[in-house]
Design a binder for this molecule. Sequence first.
Ligand code: NDP
Ligand code: GDR
Length: 329
Amino acid sequence: MKRALITGITGQDGMYLSELLLAKGYEVYGLIRGQNNPKFEMIEREIPGVRLLTGDLTDLSSLLRALTASQPHEVYNLGAISFVAYSWENAHTTTDVTGKGVLNMLEAVRLHRNADGSDIRFYQASSSEMFGKVQEVPQRETTLLWPRSPYGVAKVFGHYMTINYRESYGMHASSGVLFNHESPRRGPEFVTRKISMAVARISLGLQDDLQLGNLDAKRDWGFAGDYVEAMWLMLQQDQADDYVISTGEMHSIREFLDIAFKRVGIDDWAPLVSQNPAFFRPAEVESLVGDSTKAHETLGWKPKVGFTELVEMMVDHDLAREQRRASRG
Ligand code: NDP
Ligand code: GDR
């Protein structure tokens, strides 16, 4: 039986990936941080097969302990401070977790030996935010990186450190440069979920309006359930490598709003949405669109869920959730 250790198990991707690996027959271990983390119970309830181990990406010895306890064949490093806007306010913490945390995990994997002598394959959650002020359209594995936030800079560090451990120590370390991916499990601070939750509440008369930042930003949005499949495929290859994972389609926040509001029968959302400077960023990533030809040709990976289906899935989920809450009184 294969064993996997996932950092960031309580996040959107950690949950989808653990479900995928459990379905494939893996023994799945998840790293959970902090004292009495309330998400411990959420994971036990929603994904009962996962075994949780305490640890923190900033604490190397806790990572070594987690490796000793799990004896994994595969490590998926998904843990990060992942909210770009927050990274300006907490640049040092973001650097420690999202950047130096990768080095800690790589170093722990390098130092650890599985009792049965098996090697560990490593996946790093790199990001399209590394492209930032884009130098090429669409962005691919060879595009020059130009990060625009402390988060993006920290991800670039983790990305190159992963490549460096592969080249220095021959480690099977791959980096997935994933473009934005969303789902009903997306954190409420991200724009897609902020919109789907607000649309559901506005349609039920529970909220009056929605305040957003830059409505002209454009992203290549996919479905998280499709993207975790790509992570797994990367670790099944004979050679470790780096792959862009994206849909190849770019949409604006305005288009997201169009579909989301239409789903609840509202054609004109303009009176309901305003722009608040508080949600603008010191430096914006205006547009991102990826070319995942390499992933398609080498991994056989392709996204299954399209943009409209994704938006409708998120709105439907939040509508049902609000209706359940309302019926409970
Ligand atoms: P989330 O923000 O949903 O999850 C982040 C996870 O990291 C949480 O489980 C969080 O734990 C954990 N974490 C935070 N700080 C630490 C720490 N100090 N030690 C250990 N774990 C920690 O992110 P996603 O699931 O959306 O993304 C997964 C990864 O992929 C992240 O690295 C993200 O940066 C990257 N990524 C995401 C993309 C996306 O569109 N979703 C695109 C490209 C890359 P807790 O719940 O306790 O806070
Ligand atoms: P992003 O996602 O920064 O791309 O990072 P987010 O959803 O936060 O922002 C996308 C774009 O929407 C604009 N925007 C707003 N964003 C938020 N959060 N709230 C608003 O009110 C709002 N109004 C407009 C932003 O300015 C931005 O242009 C996500 C994270 O998951 C990262 O961890 C990951 O690496 C990248 O995706 C790829």
